[in-house]
Design a protein around this ligand. Sequence first.
Ligand code: G6P
Length: 611
Amino acid sequence: MCGIVGYVGKGDAVPVLMNGLSKLEYRGYDSAGVAVYDDTSKNVNICKTKGRIQNLQDKLYLTPLKGRLGIGHTRWATHGEPSDINAHPHSSGKEKIAVVHNGIIENYMALKEELMDKGYKFLSETDTEIVAQLIDYYYSKDSNLMSAVFKVIERIEGSYALGIICSDFPDRIIAVRKDSPLVIGLGEEENFIASDMPAILNYTRNVYLVEDNEVALITKDNVKIFDNNGSEVKKEVFKVDWDIEAAEKSGYDHFMLKEIYEQPKVVKDNIASRLLDDGISLDKVKLDKDDISKIDRIYVVACGTAYYAGLVGRYLIERVVRRPVSAEVASEFRYKDPIIDEKTLVIVVSQSGETADTLAAMRLAQKAGARTLAVVNVVGSSIAREADDVIYTLAGPEIAVASTKAFTAQVVVMSLLALKLALELEKISIEKYRQIKTEMEKLPSLVNKILNKEPVIKRFMHKYIGSKNVFYIGRGLDYIVSMEGSLKLKEIAYLHSEPYAAGELKHGPISLIEESTLVVGVVTQEELFEKSVSNMRECKSRGAKVLAVAMDGNSEIRKYADDVFFIPRTHWMLTPILANIPQQIFAYHMALGLGNDVDKPRNLAKSVTVE
Ligand code: G6P
């Protein structure tokens, strides 16, 4: 997804912009560019190109840009193919005004026609170019850049974070935000803008979080932020406490591997201050018996991996709390006219807190009167700010597109939430809770034990890398783990894989089983063991290879599988946390073995901020 960085200060802008863009690579992009004000020619010069940031670096080597004011962008195509012309920044006619934009201008066609009637010419197919041209149009009337920007935001509809520079004002960046993240980094005689913290973490930890419909005027010594009426807004400085190391690879070959190995800490961080002796404390969320009794309908809404974490939550709340819960993917939930009222609780799960469908689903629920509870990783993200209650997943920045540690954190939090509800409604005793708490506290070291067996999984990769189709099967919680395992393999290994409820195999997919098929059978739910292994046997007898994930000590499983990965024993509720980790490592090694770009898989974006 697109990324923005901007610099105004005493230093050279280009290295800062390029560094920032490289930190935004993980968001997924197909082109990149920078616009820099040149003190000598008094022009804004643009350099942009399709492809990787290295291509931009090469282009800048041939035609260097120099200046102390600039904006940069990584683009993920939405309007018009990935190309040099469609890459950002976009400019008005003579590159007087340059703009970078994240989001979508929904009414851009009508505005484009209006401007074309006035004689404006467009070079690109993008919605963004109209922003630059429309600013130019209003600016040409009274040479007041700020008022031109205000007029433009009255005209444009959709979502946008904008960074704007103009050759008539070499001392400033104007930044605007609506429904797309934007922060302002505060430095000494230099200031920054960014769509995402890692872009500026090398330079500052002090930021202003720009809110929707705010406009900022940023010079090297000053930042002024205005609401959409033009009144100045006073902001608190937000201190980013992420370690800079946390946003980098720390010696691992890939961000994904680093993030997989961070999971013991992530699990620990998520339980540390929450598992109390006499109950569970979920940050500032108040969910006592009284609150819960007011709720008669619960939805869990999310996208992608977060949705699977949501499914674990639904399963546990239903099994342990005995309250019905619907889990829905956000893009479906939004359009089905869901039944929502003041007695509805909508739990949204999102790593980024910016996923367009999840955010829209949450807003829809709020409008209909529901109470919303967000399980979010990114502090200060839109979902986190707008939800009634937030539980942070404390996973730190997740850079690899394929989610690993964020999923684990989400599952831990959903498990805590289920336990909290169960305790409040007296569905489990305090003694029972304490037993589960003891098991939870062992999880970080159990995750470590699994990580220590990475070489075993690497051997499986060598054995199964030639598989043409992969089925992941399981029952109950194991089925949910299968869904996430299969998604991971699709995302980064680009292998066709499907998750199936093991009992459904006979209703169709078994016809696809042949010798080149790999079946990954997850069998941690011992009450369902006999049923699941009988499905695995059906696959094996039709020529498939079977790789099982089972609990330590279950020697019986060897009869039904070609290979087994054993995970340490734990309470049945907690098995998804452990059983998912070998799936992550397997997908990682399969992707590597197949020569894929593990951290930046093709066609995928980390944060899907368009619908
Ligand atoms: C994209 C990412 C997934 C993520 C999903 C939802 O598809 O590639 O890893 O699970 O979006 O994102 P969210 O930030 O809302 O969890």
